[in-house]
Write a new protein. Structure first.
Lengths: 288, 506
């Protein structure tokens, strides 16, 4: 694929967004770095524009009302200063991919986040799914460790961590999404089988690298929700936090909103799963 | 209708608020103290502002009594012996506070409450001590009915400090304002975190850069009123302010402003301050007969004049022809650099001026970033703050603050409004405060977006009390009115919220 070539040749990764101060991506104050591209296609993804990578077709360029996009050779180039964040580019894209991405080397990324270092405990790489770029992460994390900062990965669970001890050795913890455990449900919701995620769950637990597991509770999907929460709670016990996330339709593609419901998961419904997880030994379960 | 009749008929004023309003009207009828024509012209233009101090000062604007001395030797005039236990201690303070003058008629500095009361608190059962301190705080809230009343705690952890934090959170009162004097060497993370939690829920305490204040003032400094650094056993004579946007209106260019307009207004304000300081010391009776002076609770040489500025952002934007505040000061390097040049020029010229009766300060006035008043509207943002509505991300905002806060020994500060999830993650806020203080921030305030008690520009009000005024009912706190004006005219409660942007996970 084109973007994989781009990544390996230029040693650059596509960065969608940097949030300098975040209180919800691991302990303390952290800088969150969002990579573009994800191997899962979750129906409930609330920033689906980060899933696919721009293929430089140029369709969005003439449609940009702020003239923040232009073609440079065969590349779509985005000018951040002109952008008004209207999302027109995403909506006209056949892949629903954001062109508002900066391809950065580790050095270039560091030059953007260095100023935040005095204020933060560490960084969290997220996405999309940042584990599409393991070599980039290894270099970035090594540099962060030299600066005395912790590094967390927020992962969709597709990447086989057991085959990359080098990455694990420079990563302080992984926040793993376990979205579903019933195979058919996982296949429908995400487009793939759950096995790699569940293997990672066990492997990372054994390696003491799990920082947190997350499950989104979908409204009314009682059997599936219950199966996931029970499975995760049994396994993790009190080894890490278990974040029970209420489904919110904000940002979810319209077609999927219709499938999954246009309502948020009720607080009481999600709280019942927190209690379920806790009753099974996952004492660090909590709701957001 | 006469101004006096208007006061008398105003349904929203309490009796005490009426008395004070009428007193201000009376004060304004005497013009024995004459200022220059050029000063009056600048005032009429709105370039200089006396903050309604009145034409004839009869007491210093801010007074910070030496409460340690009160506890050591008592007070002859008020017939108070040194306290022997906690009840006596709070009783002595409650009485004394009623006799400390200020521009607001209420005491703007209540003392370092933890240090003063700790010897008494630790001799008592904790529950009993908490009961007494709760009544003490209630007394302050109902008797000293003005949000510029201010108490300090820290830098060290203490039983008293902890109890005060618990009570502050439980009682949800706008009065008194509260500051933690934060020192990374002396304030434990645990105590600082307790302060962050309390700050989120009640908009106080704020965090003062103890190292910075100590370097400028010595250990015996007070944080009084909004966020004013002053010397204990001293205070501030007067605080006028340059409204920098209006000062810049006649300038033909940034250079013209720096070379001609700015020095002209600085000199006018200095001349005005000199006159007032001399009047307070030489003509008014305060420094001759007030018991605070005669018994040594304040010393004249520990006072200084506070040279105020407001509206730096609008000044820079105007000089550079920037119409959109989101492209202006604080977000635009050229505008921010111009701001630094202007502050350098003000600092230099004020420091070259020999000020009367400022013996403890090398005969100099000190700069103050004034927080604005309700009538400023959107013309002049507080001090050197980035205008409300244009605030960039928190990191950018802090970096700008860190550049400007060192200019203001007599006080400056910024306020950050946090989204609800932060209540569960105070440990995500403390490192921000610590880093920023280490990098030059002077004073940090914060609160949670849905609080009832909120920080307006530097002072606290309850949103529920503002609602009372809107319904033409009275509010015991005389500052609620300013809060309503700042909300309506300056959108002061609409500041940016530090929130977790939606992350990828769902």
């Amino acid at each position: 694929m084109l973007w994989i070539e781009g990544y390996s040749i230029m040693k650059k990764a596509p960065i969608n967004k940097i949030i300098y101060f975040s209180n919800v991506d691991g302990p303390g104050n952290r800088t969150s770095i969002f990579f573009q591209g994800c191997s899962f296609h979750c129906h409930f993804c609330h920033n689906p524009e980060t899933i696919s990578l721009c293929q430089n077709c140029g369709r969005c360029v003439p449609q940009c009302p702020a003239k923040a996009l232009r073609m440079e050779g065969r590349q779509v180039v985005w000018e951040e200063a002109k952008c008004v964040q209207c999302d027109t580019c995403i909506h006209v894209c056949q892949l629903f991919a954001s062109p508002r991405v900066s391809w950065l080397t580790v050095e270039e990324l560091l030059s953007r986040i260095n100023r935040a270092l005095p204020y933060i405990e560490g960084i969290t790489t997220s996405g999309g799914d940042c584990t599409l770029y393991p070599d980039f992460l290894k270099e970035l994390f090594s540099r962060m460790h030299q600066a005395g900062k912790t590094c967390l990965i927020d992962a969709n669970g597709a990447y086989d961590f057991s085959k990359d001890s080098a990455l694990l050795s420079v990563c302080d913890g992984i926040m793993l999404d376990v979205k579903a455990v019933l195979p058919a449900w996982h296949q429908w919701l995400i487009g793939q089988a759950p096995d790699p995620v569940l293997r990672n769950l066990d492997f990372l637990l054994a390696q003491h690298k799990l920082q947190e597991v997350r499950t989104v509770i979908l409204p009314g999907q009682e059997e599936e929700n219950k199966a996931t929460v029970q499975y995760v709670a049994h396994r993790i016990q009190d080894a890490c936090d278990y974040k029970i996330i209420r489904y919110r339709p904000f940002g979810v593609k319209e077609a999927y909103q219709k499938e999954l419901g246009e309502m948020e998961t009720a607080v009481e419904e999600a709280e019942a799963y927190v209690r379920l997880a806790q009753s099974l030994g996952a004492s660090r379960a909590y709701m957001v | 209708m006469s101004d006096a009749l208007q006061v008398i008929q105003d349904p929203t004023l309490t009796y005490r608020q009426e008395v004070l309003a009428l007193a201000r009207l009376g004060e304004a009828t005497d013009h024995s103290l004459v200022y220059s024509d050029a000063y009056y012209a600048a005032k009429a233009k709105g370039a200089l502002c006396d903050l309604n101090e009145g034409p004839m000062p009869y007491r210093p604007r801010y007074i910070c009594p030496d409460y340690k001395l009160l506890f050591q030797k008592g007070c002859d005039f008020l017939q108070l012996d040194p306290p022997r236990d906690l009840l006596e201690a709070v009783n002595v303070l409650e009485i004394f506070y009623c006799h400390v003058p200020s521009i607001t008629a209420y005491p703007v500095y209540l003392g370092d409450l933890d240090k003063l009361l700790e010897p008494f608190v630790i001799k008592e059962d904790r529950a009993y001590a908490k009961k007494v301190l709760g009544l003490f705080l209630r007394n302050i809230d109902r008797v000293q009915t003005d949000s510029f009343v201010h108490a300090d705690i820290g830098p060290e952890d203490s039983v008293t400090g902890r109890i005060l934090l618990e009570l502050t959170e439980e009682m949800q009162l706008a009065i008194p304002n509260l500051t933690l004097r934060y020192d990374p060497e002396r304030t434990s993370d645990d105590f600082a975190l307790a302060c962050v939690k309390c700050m989120l829920k009640t908009a106080k305490p704020s965090f003062a850069n103890h190292g910075m204040f100590t370097r400028e003032w010595g250990e015996d400094y007070a944080i009084a009123s909004c966020y004013n650094g002053l010397k204990i056993a001293g205070g501030g004579f007067t605080l006028p302010r340059m409204r920098l946007y209006e000062c810049a209106l006649d300038a033909k260019s940034p250079e013209d402003f720096l070379e001609n307009e700015l020095p002209k207004y600085i000199d006018l304000q200095l001349e005005y301050m000199d006159k007032r300081v001399k009047f307070i010391v030489e003509e008014s009776s305060f420094f001759k007969t007030n018991f605070l002076v005669t018994e040594g609770f304040v010393k004249q040489e520990n006072f200084t004049g506070m040279f105020g500025v407001v509206g730096l952002a609008e000044c820079c934007n105007h000089l550079l022809g920037i119409k959109d505040v989101k492209q202006g000061f604080g977000l635009n390097e050229e505008a921010t650099q111009l701001g630094l040049r202007i502050m350098d020029a003000i600092e230099k010229r004020v420091s070259e001026h020999v000020a009367p009766y400022c013996d403890a300060f090398d005969h100099r006035y000190r700069l103050h970033a004034q927080v604005g008043i309700d009538s400023d509207g959107m013309d002049d943002s507080p001090g050197t703050r980035i205008p409300i509505g244009a605030e960039p991300c928190m990191l950018d905002q802090l970096e700008v603050n860190e550049k400007f806060h060192p200019y203001f020994p007599t006080g400056t500060g910024d306020i950050f409004k946090f989204e609800e999830t932060y209540i569960k993650t105070p440990e995500a806020i403390l490192p921000i405060i610590k880093a920023s203080l280490a990098r030059g921030l002077r004073y940090f305030s914060g609160y949670l977006e849905n609080n009832d008690v909120v920080r307006v520009t530097g002072y606290l009000v309850k949103k529920s009390e503002i609602e009372k005024l809107r319904q033409k009912k009275q509010s015991l706190n005389q500052v609620t009115l300013f809060g309503m004006g700042a909300q309506d005219g300056g959108h002061a409660l609409d500041r940016r919220i530090q929130h977790h942007e939606e992350s990828a996970h769902q």
